[in-house]
Ligand binder design. Structure first.
Ligand code: GDP
Length: 295
């Protein structure tokens, strides 16, 4: 996804490389290029501005350094700040000391929520944590079927109750079943809409209050573009989410917008989805992503 970005930055830094001294003008010119490249990758505008301010402040010091390759040092400053913009360090799933840990998956319809619930359950099971899925998306009957199919494929139990639309009751009953089975984790797949609306948020708030989740993971479609940040803010304001999962990061869309979610909300990106298959979920490492962008 970032090949083009990497290439352009490479060219910018190559021009500066080999110079014994960097002037302020050199740095300004280099950073203008970085700015253009970030905006082209769809990184949030406000975030790009803050990022460049910080890089510029630190980079001015580089002009004073002689002998040690100043362009290299500028790249280092850019890398460090890019890492900070993406989240600083890798953060895994938080587990409750009293099992089962309740994980709520939230996000718009089509974001990849149900698929990601399956991927996460698969990962937890592989780590030796007995996991159960709960189908709390009662508006689309197909969503319950989809989760049950995933459960069968993965050999992971799914709790569903087609006789009621009361999601709080469904979630509570599912968690009871999980307690009896001594499951370590339950993942609650919730309903999504095409857009944020008050009714959906109310339901999710009630669900949150009832099940007291350790994690509320906001699932964002990495191809959404600038909207992704606004949607993340909407979910975060209503639910105070604990983490973010970006899906469809295998596409060739400009993923910079989705990658801006941490910078704006300060909620860590925990995983990225990189394909439709159930093993296509990766831990998100901000430093590695920054490295991939800059290479
Ligand atoms: P939901 O409505 O949020 O539950 O979304 P779904 O889980 O049904 O996913 C919507 C579509 O996105 C499906 O066709 C998934 O296969 C696809 N999808 C989900 N995650 C990824 C991903 O990481 N990469 C790709 N390429 N497709 C994905």
């Amino acid at each position: 996804m970032f090949d083009e970005l990497t290439e352009k930055l490479e060219a910018t830094f190559a021009r500066l490389r080999g110079r014994g001294v960097l002037t302020e003008a050199d740095i300004k010119e280099g950073l203008r290029e970085v700015r253009r490249v970030l905006l082209e990758a769809d990184v949030n505008f406000q975030l790009t501005r803050q990022f460049l301010e910080r890089v510029e402040q630190k980079a001015i010091g580089v002009t004073q350094l002689r002998g040690v390759n100043p362009a290299q040092q500028l790249v280092k400053v850019v890398y460090d700040e890019l890492t900070a913009m993406l989240g600083e360090r890798q953060e895994g799933l938080k587990l409750s000391t009293i099992p089962p840990t309740v994980v709520m998956m939230v996000g718009l319809q089509g974001s990849g929520k149900t698929t990601t619930a399956g991927k996460l359950a698969r990962k937890l099971k592989a780590e030796g944590r007995q996991t159960r899925l709960i189908a709390a998306d009662v508006y689309r009957p197909a969503a319950i079927d989809q989760l049950e199919t995933l459960g069968q494929q993965l050999d992971i139990p799914v709790y569903a109750d087609r006789s009621t639309k009361d999601v709080v009751r469904i979630a509570r009953d599912g968690i009871e079943q999980a307690k009896r089975a001594r499951d370590r984790v339950v993942i609650v797949d919730t309903a999504g809409r095409l857009q944020i609306d008050a009714e959906l948020m109310d339901e999710l708030k009630r669900l949150k209050a009832a099940v007291q989740p350790t994690e509320i993971l906001f699932v964002a479609d990495g191809m959404t573009g600038q909207e992704a940040v606004r949607i993340a803010q909407g979910f975060d304001e209503a639910l105070n989410v604990t983490g973010v999962i970006l899906t469809k990061m295998d596409g060739d869309a400009r993923g910079g917008a989705a990658l801006s979610i941490y910078g704006i909300t300060k909620k860590p990106i925990k995983y990225i989805g990189v394909g439709e298959k159930l093993d296509a979920l990766e831990d998100f490492h901000p430093d590695r992503m920054a490295g991939r962008i800059l290479q």
